[in-house]
Design a protein around this ligand. Structure first.
Ligand SMILES: NC(=O)c1ccc[n+]([C@@H]2O[C@H](COP(=O)([O-])OP(=O)(O)OC[C@H]3O[C@@H](n4cnc5c(N)ncnc54)[C@H](OP(=O)(O)O)[C@@H]3O)[C@@H](O)[C@H]2O)c1
Length: 266
């Protein structure tokens, strides 16, 4: 009992050589950097997103690009999911890990909501994750091994300024991924929640404020790989900033709100 309290929550992944990994949301930013890092480590990688040209560029420019396949599709399209899963499995065979990172971010205020953006954000950031689970979990359960990694965000920890849409979708993913862990870990699957802080990608290029702890996509990819080597459930980075926000998010509202107001100058 005591020993199990210190056991890794997921099977640690230390050796990536020959591992079969599907990265969804791999045409730029964190997903692209992770694809490159895993190819560097000898993994066989399938990369997906809508922009086939960007995916092809990524694969063609890597010395081990022959170990990668490009499966472009739109994750908000349910029919496209089943076709994409079939294609990936046909190329890679049994999957060791699927990383789900497609998302959109549009900072909004509560007094000026764009409802098209609200719907599109939930469709992409949340509903597409259900599509992934619907299409992938039965296969992974048949394999009896493999894992799912959901990219959330530390912005899901607590309400934050201008995150009324994005932050709420990422908060939903935290609960979603915790529940997947409860249900799938006893059946032999790994479930990882990846919680990035600020990473310099096309997604954050629109931010007009100083981003604390800003990382490069390559650093984010290394943090993900390190977290998986430790078999963590939640892989959060950068450690100092992400742990700090998590700690603040556990404070009583009476202290948390003024602290966050002051820190974000809102
Ligand atoms: N950057 C950060 O500071 C930060 C912080 C916390 C969490 N995150 C999370 O990290 C993940 C990656 O973000 P990023 O910063 O690397 O952003 P990014 O560079 O904008 O990457 C987003 C990826 O999602 C893909 N995508 C978007 N809509 C899609 C669709 N309908 N179907 C298929 N793919 C789609 C994009 O490709 P196409 O446009 O080619 O489809 C792209 O590959 C996201 O889940 C994001 O929320 C990022």
């Amino acid at each position: 009992m005591f020993k199990s309290l210190f056991k890794p929550l997921n099977p640690p992944i230390k050796d990536w050589a020959g591992k079969r990994v599907w990265i969804v949301g791999a045409s730029s930013g964190i997903g692209a950097a992770l694809a490159i890092a895993l190819l560097d480590l000898g993994a066989k990688v399938a990369v997906s997103a809508r922009r086939a040209d960007r995916l092809n560029e990524l694969v063609d420019s890597h010395p081990d690009g022959k170990n990668a396949i490009v499966i472009p599709f739109d994750v908000t399209d349910s029919d496209a999911w089943s076709q994409a899963v079939d294609e990936v499995v046909a190329h890679l065979g049994e999957l060791d890990l699927v990383v789900l990172g497609a998302a959109r971010y549009d900072p909004q205020h509560a007094w000026n909501l764009n409802m098209d953006e609200v719907r599109a954000s939930y469709e992409l950031n949340v509903i597409s994750m259900y599509e992934a689970v619907k299409h992938l979990v039965p296969r992974l359960l048949t394999q009896r091994h493999g894992g799912l990694a959901i990219i959330g965000s530390i912005s899901g920890y607590t309400g934050l300024p201008r995150a009324v849409v994005y932050g709420a979708t990422k908060s939903a993913l935290q609960n979603f991924t915790e529940t997947l862990y409860f249900e799938l870990e006893p059946k032999g699957l790994g479930v990882y929640l990846i919680s990035p802080g600020f990473v310099k990608t096309p997604m954050t290029a629109k931010n007009d404020f100083e981003m604390p702890g800003l990382m490069t996509p390559a650093q984010a990819a290394q943090a993900i790989i390190s977290g998986m080597a430790r078999g963590q459930f939640e892989i959060r980075f950068p450690r100092g900033f992400a742990n700090g926000l998590r700690w603040v998010s556990r404070l009583p509202y009476r202290w948390r709100f003024p602290l966050l107001h002051r820190a974000t100058k809102q």
